[in-house]
Design a binder for this molecule. Structure first.
Ligand code: ZN
Length: 352
């Protein structure tokens, strides 16, 4: 029995088109459905030419100017960070904050969950995507995972815990200074809960975890497979949830606090390659989320995943890439197909 269903449907839109000299013309639209959540992603024969209008190209001069202007008085920069950011109580973090290499962890002053921490690099006020090197990400992700393990012990009633990132204004960042966020609490966000419920239902139906089956299936098919290392498989998802989405799946791990140094290094190395590619493509803003299954013990069928998407490029009058389709209907657009993304990234990942 087919376990993972890569469902796609085709529909046509027909009209007298100025693109065809006002002749009657048809455009072909392909709708893909995510095998886990059912979220849709749409590709059309004419859309490929429109990506520039949606995502744009970064104005680096403008970005550098914003970085300069926001440097003075920045709360995350070295002169201020220890005075102006909160501290955790000793039972959560001895000393109140956690430092690992260049990374520093402290509470978010405006939390949106019982546990909401910030991870930043105080000495680095601004970073282009390509400047998130494997070493730097290893320190940041490593600090976050170290903190996740401590947080799980200190807050024994947490239901969920994720490491998230908004980078640059079009991705929702309120500060220019790069930072990640550890987000954990009791009320599980809707999409996360949906993914958990579907993964649990898949496990009950097939007797194997969805994520393991997905990795096996995509590895065998090859067309969306990018690379695999240290139990971490990189894929371009069949029905992406955002621009140029790439995911890492770690079927052997169910919670982020379980990740070891080898997995953190593999995630850091892969994420660094994806972000560098975004920058080469003229992009600058991105979101990522690294999360696992429910924190309650004994939950089978889940895995740690990292999902990264590019957002509208930073420039004057940038246009958001989220409109009614994404924001209200739960759909996404495909400009570059997942198969093309995987083919583009595969050689770079093969280099180690
Ligand atoms: Zn700063």
């Amino acid at each position: 029995m087919e376990r993972i269903r890569f469902e796609r449907s085709v529909e046509k839109a027909a009209f007298f088109s100025p693109l065809a000299g006002m002749e009657f013309a048809e455009q072909t639209i392909e709708v893909r459905r995510d095998p886990l959540t059912g979220m849709t992603a749409v590709a059309s024969s004419e859309l490929a030419t429109k990506e520039e209008a949606f995502y744009g190209t970064t104005d680096w001069e403008y970005a550098d100017e914003l970085a300069r202007k926001s440097r003075e008085g920045c709360f995350f920069c070295p002169e201020k960070v220890m005075e102006t950011t909160p501290r955790y109580p000793e039972n959560v973090l001895p000393g109140g904050r956690l430092r690992r290499g260049r990374a520093l962890v402290f509470p978010n002053l405006f939390p949106l969950a019982a546990l909401h921490a910030v991870i930043t690099y105080p000495d680095l006020h601004f970073l282009r995507p390509s400047q998130f090197t494997p070493d730097l990400l290893d320190e940041g992700l490593g600090a976050a995972i170290d903190f996740a393990a401590r947080a799980e012990r200190a807050y024994d009633d947490l239901e969920h815990l994720e490491l998230c990132c908004n980078h640059m204004l079009p991705a929702g960042a309120s500060l220019v200074h790069p930072h990640f966020q550890m987000f954990g609490g009791l009320a599980v966000p809707w999409l996360l809960r949906t993914m958990w419920e579907r993964a649990a239902a898949f496990q009950a139906e097939h007797g194997v975890p969805y994520w393991r089956a997905l990795v096996d299936e995509e590895t065998e098919r090859g067309e969306r497979f990018i690379a695999a290392k240290a139990g971490c498989t990189w894929l371009a998802p069949f029905a992406p949830t955002g621009g140029r989405e790439v995911i890492a799946v770690l079927p052997g791990f169910r919670r982020i606090a379980e990740l070891g140094g080898e997995q953190v290094a593999a995630l850091a190395a892969g994420l660094s390659k994806v972000l560098a590619w975004y920058e080469r493509e003229g992009l600058s803003a991105f979101n990522f989320t690294l999360g696992g299954g429910p924190l309650a013990a004994g939950s089978a069928g889940h895995a740690v995943t990292l999902r990264v998407v590019a957002r509208s490029a930073f420039r004057h009058e940038y246009r958001t890439d989220d409109y009614f389709l994404q924001k209200q209907l739960g759909g996404e657009l495909i400009f570059l197909t997942p198969e093309e993304i995987a083919a583009t990234l595969r050689p770079g990942f093969a280099g180690g």
